[in-house]
Design a protein around this ligand. Structure first.
Ligand SMILES: *[C@@H]1O[C@H](CO)[C@@H](O)[C@H](O)[C@H]1NC(C)=O
Ligand SMILES: *[C@@H]1O[C@H](CO)[C@@H](O)[C@H](O)[C@H]1NC(C)=O
Ligand SMILES: *[C@@H]1O[C@H](CO)[C@@H](O)[C@H](O)[C@H]1NC(C)=O
Ligand SMILES: *[C@@H]1O[C@H](CO)[C@@H](O)[C@H](O)[C@H]1NC(C)=O
Ligand SMILES: *[C@@H]1O[C@H](CO)[C@@H](O)[C@H](O)[C@H]1NC(C)=O
Ligand SMILES: *[C@@H]1O[C@H](CO)[C@@H](O)[C@H](O)[C@H]1NC(C)=O
Ligand SMILES: *[C@@H]1O[C@H](CO)[C@@H](O)[C@H](O)[C@H]1NC(C)=O
Ligand SMILES: *[C@@H]1O[C@H](CO)[C@@H](O)[C@H](O)[C@H]1NC(C)=O
Ligand SMILES: *[C@@H]1O[C@H](CO)[C@@H](O)[C@H](O)[C@H]1NC(C)=O
Length: 633
């Protein structure tokens, strides 16, 4: 069988062939249009319009099945063409061949990054226009949904004069409520001559499109409301402006709840376009431009009437008689937590009043003066707006570095991330010093904000955010560059040759695996080790041990777990690094009663099974490997 992978639709993509139970790729040596046409014909996709090589559609994985393909043109299938023997090649996956067939279709709003522009369809190898005759809200809605641009589209009418450039592919597209894809909608046949002036083309702005920002409020979460449309920022008219509208803006910006909806250019008048007026948000919308409004640029307004908003940001005051008094609630991810009064002092209150633009602190009533909150309580000392944690390592002293700032956890980019930077994190967490820095999202990719980039600590700083770095949130990174650290206080447990449930007991400490002496070793201790490793309930001490000096450090001795201990790390023991055993015969070797499911590491080049490799192996297989090798070796 043959298929095209990672294009949109089935008629474009990386060429893959199923043979001997595995999907494999085709090398781009001597790959050209005529050869690619055999593939298109085979798939019922017409003829080849483009034959990109060099893994244009991403690198495949596993086998490279064919190389030096040399079709004569009449073959019914690619594998009927002369080529090297199956699997014989001198290629790497970065040479994977692809094809765009004539029947490949696609949809875009020109300048494809945005959710607004000229509607175009790709057909027979070229982008072409869609005439706007019979264009309905249902059709535009389907276009926007299909492009991930919100639920609704609006037809632009302010269009230039002049002849259409390029072909016109479609007209009279009339989607109904039951159509779930643009391509199901009835339309006039391909390539008609029914419109030739640009004013008859379809230009759409989708509802999900418009970004919003708050200007001149002195912080991200308060200010004059501005929306971006047709690549230009413009303001919002106060007519119809209310708390529901303001709430949608705050939500869209991740700024918590709305505290005030302001009018009459409270934050100063804007300039340029006044984009929106007469907004009628329900409050459930996720973006301001999804709310009903008078049409882009449709207004009867002056900048002196520009609308503004104050959002709570990462903190809100609830249950008081104004937005400037009430019970303190802090945003943690997507929930609000109340703050225990024992953790709350003048300094914290001062930060909140300033953040909310509420002047200075008048009083700090405790004892649930504004009523008791519901839900979670913030049970740590408040470290204003900034905290650090390590995620997805085992234990709290190794993992992906994350910082809490402005109500959101975000990551650090690994650009110029080094031991001095990482040591500041370890010290801050009471985890000693850094023994290893990790990059390229070794502890998984975070999500949301990337808070810091180009961090350049000298190593003596008290907190990571005291180090020189780009401004908060400023970076040129993706989450696959997330930084991590292994601190010296990070501890872990294994039976050497870690896949199995039997072997030399080792603990990871201060950056190295070391031994555990067997003095005072009890069944309870061994049982806890086995349980902790998922190796059953019981362990047996091996006694048939080799002679010779211990290699590596000896970290622990006299570990004596009791029945009440639920983790190995709770058990009493001699202090770290006891000089109490030197010979391999004194080390602890354990065989546990259970077994762990086999986890067989797979070499990068061969993915375990073809179906999981429909995507790019270069991104999938190595990450699976990374997971297996996550513990420091
Ligand atoms: C392709 O096949 C033709 C004969 O059909 C042959 O002359 C030519 O050398 C071959 N080209 C390659 C690159 O193998
Ligand atoms: C396939 O590619 C080879 C090498 O470029 C070329 O010689 C051959 O003519 C192509 N096949 C067709 C049908 O054009
Ligand atoms: C598709 O393009 C090819 C060449 O680019 C042309 O020969 C063919 O007529 C076109 N088909 C349509 C339906 O426009
Ligand atoms: C699409 O909607 C039209 C009505 O507008 C209907 O006639 C047609 O059957 C629908 N097609 C599909 C595949 O749903
Ligand atoms: C943890 O890290 C692994 C890779 O090491 C990753 O696949 C997984 O998604 C991560 N989980 C979280 C919650 O970040
Ligand atoms: C880091 O800071 C040092 C001074 O402390 C400076 O010499 C160096 O150029 C900086 N490196 C980067 C990448 O900014
Ligand atoms: C941990 O390792 C560092 C250097 O690798 C060393 O300076 C330090 O003394 C070690 N600490 C302990 C408790 O072994
Ligand atoms: C672990 O067990 C010992 C007794 O063996 C006990 O003294 C100690 O308090 C326990 N620690 C925890 C945290 O349960
Ligand atoms: C798809 O192709 C793009 C390049 O066009 C590549 O970056 C991406 O990794 C590919 N994804 C898969 C799943 O192959």
């Amino acid at each position: 069988r043959v298929r095209l992978v990672n294009g949109t639709g089935r008629c474009a993509g990386r060429v893959e062939i199923y043979y001997k139970g595995t999907w494999g790729t085709v090398c781009d040596n001597s790959w050209d249009l005529s050869n690619a046409t055999v593939v298109c014909r085979q798939l019922g996709c017409g003829v080849a319009m483009e034959a990109p090589g060099s893994a244009h559609y991403g690198e495949g994985c596993g086998q490279i099945w064919l190389d030096e393909v040399n079709c004569s043109g009449g073959e019914a299938a690619l594998w009927d063409c002369p080529a090297e023997a199956w699997g014989q090649h001198d290629c790497r996956h970065k040479e994977d061949a692809g094809v765009v067939c004539s029947e490949f279709t696609a949809l875009r709003l020109e300048n494809s990054n945005s959710c607004s522009g000229r509607l175009q369809v790709f057909y027979n190898g070229t982008w072409g226009s869609v005439c706007s005759n019979s264009m309905t809200p249902d059709t535009m809605s389907l276009v926007c949904k299909e492009l991930g641009c919100g639920d609704e589209g609006f037809l632009e009418t302010d269009l230039p004069y002049g002849r259409i450039s390029g072909p016109t592919w479609l007209d009279r597209v009339e989607c109904g409520k039951m159509n779930s894809s643009f391509w199901q909608c009835p339309s006039a046949p391909w390539k008609l001559q029914s419109c030739d002036d640009q004013r008859e083309e379809t230009h759409i702005t989708c509802s999900g499109a418009a970004e919003v920002r708050l200007e001149a409020g002195g912080r991200r979460c308060a200010g004059r409301v501005e929306v971006k449309h047709q690549d230009r920022w413009g303001t919002v008219c106060y007519i119809g402006w209310d708390m529901k509208d303001a709430a949608v803006v705050c939500k869209q910006l991740g700024c918590g709840s709305a505290l005030q909806a302001l009018s009459d250019a409270h934050f100063g008048p804007g300039s340029g376009q006044i984009w929106l007026s007469d907004l009628e948000c329900q409050g459930t919308e996720t973006a301001l431009s999804e709310c009903k409004h008078a049409g882009w640029g449709g207004h009867n307004c002056y900048h002196a009437w520009d609308a503004g908003v104050v959002c709570s940001g990462f903190v809100q005051l609830v249950g008081g008689d104004s937005p400037c008094s009430g019970r303190v609630e802090i945003r943690d991810g997507d929930q609000w937590r109340t703050v225990c009064d024992s953790h709350f002092g003048l300094e914290a209150a001062d930060v909140i009043c300033r953040e909310l633009q509420c002047g200075t602190v008048l009083s700090i009533p405790g004892a649930a003066h504004f009523g008791e909150g519901v839900g979670a309580i913030w049970d740590e000392e408040l470290q204003w707006s900034r905290r650090v944690r390590l995620v997805n390592g085992t234990g709290r002293c190794a993992g992906r570095v994350e910082i809490y700032y402005k109500g959101t956890w975000g990551t650090i980019c690994d650009d110029s991330w080094d031991l001095s930077d990482a040591t500041v994190v370890c010290r801050q967490l009471g985890c000693g010093v850094a023994v290893e820095v990790t990059s390229s999202a070794r502890y998984g990719e975070g999500s949301g904000q990337i808070w810091l980039d180009e961090v350049n600590c000298s190593g003596g700083e008290a907190a990571l955010w005291d180090c020189p770095a780009e401004a908060w949130g400023q970076h040129d990174c993706r989450h696959k560059e997330d930084a991590g650290v292994v601190c010296s206080e990070f501890t872990a447990l294994r039976l050497e040759n870690s896949n199995s449930c039997s072997g030399r007991l080792q603990v990871f400490y201060n950056g190295t695996w070391g031994s555990v002496c067997s003095n005072s070793m009890t069944p309870d201790t061994m049982s806890l080790v086995c349980k902790e490793l998922g190796c059953g309930d019981e362990g047996f001490l091996e006694t048939d041990l080799p002679y010779g000096r211990i290699s590596g450090p000896t970290w622990l001795d006299r570990v004596e777990c009791g029945k009440t201990n639920s983790s190995f790390w709770q058990c009493p023991s001699a202090p770290w690094d006891p000089p109490s055993c030197d010979y391999q015969q004194d080390e602890t070797h354990i065989t546990c009663s259970g077994r762990r499911p086999e986890a067989t590491p797979t070499p990068v080049a061969e993915c375990p099974n073809s179906t999981s490799c429909t995507g790019s192996c270069s991104s999938m297989c190595p990450s699976r490997l990374a997971r297996l090798s996550q513990l420091p070796q």
